[in-house]
Design a protein around this ligand. Structure first.
Ligand code: AP5
Ligand code: MG
Ligand code: ZN
Length: 216
């Protein structure tokens, strides 16, 4: 089962991708999480990616595509995966499609988690993220059991550098310009499914399970 999560920054892609990964036993692959792990570890890739991320801009395709293709070629991806935050541009989608075509494979579903811009900024200011396992919380909607500590792995939760209101606004502009065209791209391939992302996260997930089916 190969799934792409689409949606604006803060729509809940990561939240839903984690739930899909747990239920269906496929890895959750977030390019944003990969970049943040590299920033935390001070790698060359992290230093380069941070320049773009802190401004709410996309990391160039040349850097992003290679990382993603390497990741999906790992053994744990043999039964599928859920991609969160990739592809984000038409060229990225084309590279992925071509790579899969070569091995006579394809994406099964592109799930668009639909949330209007008005809801996004409020959500982001309350978000807390775990850089170790990728879990996401919200101080009001999804609080961790102990303040500032990840329920899943016990590591410290942080407020992301790019979650300032100004940067979020920029990310929304970039989303509409560069990522939203993917909705058309996957509609044409007849694999786009849209879920309402403004309702409770468990209700969003029920909608997704209806699309994917009970079994992997
Ligand atoms: P990335 O990490 O992918 O960020 P994003 O797309 O901006 O999305 P977010 O992670 O902010 O939101 P989300 O949709 O995952 O929402 P979440 O589940 O956390 O990318 C960051 C940056 O990296 C990019 O700006 C770019 O620079 C770079 N990058 C990454 N991939 C790239 C690529 N392929 N190409 C180029 N550059 C790339 O939820 C948000 C909040 O809402 C949380 O607090 C959550 O608890 C809460 N919440 C979730 N669901 C609900 C609900 N139903 N009701 C109420 N609250 C909810
Ligand atoms: Mg995310
Ligand atoms: Zn964690």
């Amino acid at each position: 089962m190969k799934i792409i999560m689409l949606g604006a920054p803060g729509a809940g892609k990561g939240t839903q991708a984690k739930m899909i990964a747990d239920k269906y036993g496929v890895p959750h692959i977030s390019t944003g999480d990969i970049f943040r792990a590299n920033i935390k570890n001070g790698t060359q890739l992290g230093i380069e990616a941070k320049k773009y991320m802190d401004q709410g801009m996309l990391v160039p395709d040349e850097l992003t595509v290679k990382i993603l293709l390497d990741r999906v070629s790992k053994d744990d991806c043999s039964r599928g995966y859920v991609l969160d935050g990739f592809p984000r541009t038409i060229p990225q989608a084309e590279v992925l499609e071509n790579a899969l075509n070569k091995i006579h494979d394809q994406i099964d579903y592109a799930i668009d988690v639909d949330v209007p811009d008005e809801n996004i900024i409020n959500r982001m200011s309350g978000r807390r993220a775990c850089l170790s396992c990728g879990a996401t919380y919200h101080v009001v909607h999804v609080p961790p059991k102990a303040e500032g500590i990840c329920d899943r792995c016990g590591n410290e939760l942080i407020l992301r550098d790019d979650d300032k209101a100004e940067t979020v606004k920029k990310r929304l502009v970039v989303y509409h310009e560069q990522t939203q065209p993917l909705i058309d791209f996957y509609t044409k391939r007849e694999i786009l499914r849209t879920v309402n992302g403004t309702v409770d996260m468990n209700v969003v997930f029920e909608e997704i399970v209806k699309i994917l089916g009970e079994k992997a």
